[in-house]
Design a protein around this ligand. Structure first.
Ligand SMILES: [Zn+2]
Length: 271
């Protein structure tokens, strides 16, 4: 027996497909991955800026002195190259950690400086965080969550302007507790590693030091409390493979940067 789909069922199906097609926008990331992006850059930038403001309000900051100047010194040449307005905040917390939010926001925890021993190693982390922002990983993260059941509720809340700050913060990976960061996907991490290496090298930092940074991170993990950064990132051996595979290109980029006079000289403060 033939079962005919009623006109009403067909119309409903077509309507749902149209809604999904209108909702889901696929884009291509800088390294050629397909990305799900539901929101516009400016919407996501606004969410990121609001979440960042909340983090700044609730956690002690280091806004002046040698440590703040050092972090800014390392970030500046990379920011100059990638363009745009960026905000880099140093949090007075001994977590070995860093994070990035849409809207060009970067957070560095003081504890990171116990593992990043020199300007090149700090540049490896800052470059990696800048890469998360440039590759729009925040939008992808929120969009992916919106594709889930719980996310549809959140989508409605954002659309009607009734979303709470902590709903948006959680969607951005900031967790229920302030200061607790949730991981990006493995593919996003690999992408941030590859792009981060290029970003640091283009600014004249030594990309080979990124290997030392992850080695230090690994060593720190062996002695007592593992660095928080490792809880949200692939293991050092996985990333060293990615970094080594891209090192030749990065070294050539650094040589070109140096030839163009980009030779950063940021001195870490005495610990
Ligand atoms: Zn990352």
């Amino acid at each position: 027996m033939k079962t005919a789909i009623s006109l009403r069922q067909w119309a409903l199906g077509a309507l749902i497909l149209t809604l999904i097609a209108g909702l889901v926008a696929c884009a291509t990331s800088p390294t050629g991955r397909t990305q799900l992006k539901i929101f516009s850059s400016s919407e996501v930038a606004q969410m990121g800026a609001a979440a960042f403001a909340e983090m700044r309000d609730q956690q002690p900051l280091i806004t002046s002195g040698p440590l703040a100047a050092y972090v800014q010194c390392v970030a500046d040449p990379m920011i100059r190259n990638v363009g745009g307005e960026w905000e880099v905040a140093v949090f007075d917390d001994d977590q070995v950690n860093a994070f990035a939010l849409p809207g060009n926001k970067i957070g560095i925890y003081r504890g990171l400086l116990t593992v990043a021993e020199n300007q090149h190693q700090l540049a490896a982390v800052v470059g990696h965080e800048i890469a998360h922002v440039l590759a729009d990983h925040g939008n992808e993260r929120i969009s992916t969550q919106f594709a889930t059941q719980a996310g549809m509720e959140l989508a409605g809340a954002v659309a009607s302007g009734t979303a709470h700050g902590n709903q948006v913060m959680a969607a951005l990976g900031l967790g229920a507790q302030v200061g607790v960061l949730l991981p990006f996907s493995r593919a996003q991490e690999t992408e941030a590693d590859i792009m981060g290496l290029q970003i640091m090298a283009d600014a004249g930092f030594d990309p080979r030091e990124s290997i030392d940074l992850w080695r230090n991170m690994d060593a720190a993990a062996g002695g007592g409390r593992p660095p928080d950064f490792l809880s949200t990132h692939p293991g050092p051996s996985a990333r060293m493979r990615v970094l080594n595979a891209n090192m030749e290109d990065a070294i050539a980029r650094r040589e070109r940067a140096r030839a163009a006079g980009r030779m950063p000289d940021c001195i870490p403060p005495q610990r």
